[in-house]
Design a protein around this ligand. Structure first.
Ligand code: AP5
Ligand code: ZN
Length: 214
């Protein structure tokens, strides 16, 4: 199954990706995680992306389309994949479909901005795996430590409130038009589209996704 997770920063894409990966045995392709890994490794891409991400802006469409094309061509994506954070603009969606990368289902996670701002303050991540926690809503078994490795959790550099608000503004301007884009493809029978109420508990949302996709 090939799935796009669409939604604002903090809407719960990465959180539900963890559930979907386990349930359907398909890899998560998080373009944000890929960029953060490049920053950590100090690659030319990472050096270029750091300032853009810290400012809450978007990395260029050409770079992102190239990254995703390369990743989707790898063997573990043969039976499907979860796109998390891509496409993020209409040109990215056009570029992806022009390259022959199509999807079976698009899931839109709807969460009001104020709920997101409140959530992001409590987010903690495991940099090695991309696993996501929340100090209150989705806490790790041991405070500050990843459940599987016991390694330290960190706060993402772009989770400061001012940056979150900037990312939300860019989402509404550049990414939200993809909702209409994919609704139209769904009307033409080219993909399925589901809007998910992302304000409910993590487990309730996972259960709905499990039912919708089985
Ligand atoms: P990226 O890493 O993709 O960030 P994002 O889209 O802004 O989304 P987030 O990862 O912040 O949120 P999420 O929806 O995964 O929420 P999560 O599950 O963590 O991108 C980062 C940057 O990279 C971009 O700003 C851009 O610069 C660049 N970039 C990436 N892709 C790009 C592209 N294609 N083109 C150009 N630039 C690109 O949940 C958030 C918090 O809420 C967590 O603490 C979680 O535990 C909690 N939570 C989740 N669900 C619930 C729930 N149901 N109830 C309560 N709490 C919940
Ligand atoms: Zn994420």
């Amino acid at each position: 199954m090939r799935i796009i997770l669409l939604g604002a920063p903090g809407a719960g894409k990465g959180t539900q990706a963890q559930f979907l990966m386990k349930t359907f045995g398909i890899p998560q392709i998080s373009t944000g995680d890929m960029l953060r890994a490049a920053i950590k490794e100090g690659t030319p891409l990472g050096q270029q992306a750091k300032a853009i991400m810290d400012a809450g802006k978007l990395v260029s469409d050409d770079i992102m389309i190239g990254l995703v094309k390369e990743r989707v061509a790898q063997a573990d994506c043969a039976n499907g994949f979860l796109l998390d954070g891509f496409p993020r603009t209409i040109p990215q969606a056009d570029g992806m479909h022009a390259a022959g990368i199509d999807v079976d289902v698009v899931l839109e996670f709807a969460v009001p901005d104020e709920v997101i701002v409140e959530r992001m303050g409590g987010r903690r991540v495991h940099p090695g795996s991309g696993r996501v926690y929340h100090v209150q809503y989705n806490p790790p078994q041991v405070a500050g430590k990843d459940d599987e490795t016991g390694e330290d959790l960190v706060i993402r550099d772009d989770d400061k409130e001012a940056t979150v608000r900037k990312r939300l503004a860019i989402y509404h301007e550049q990414t939200e038009p993809l909702v209409a884009y994919y609704r139209k493809l769904a009307e033409q029978g080219k993909t399925a589209f589901h809007k998910i109420d992302g304000t409910r508990d993590v487990e309730v949302i996972s259960a709905e996704l499990g039912e919708l996709l089985s």
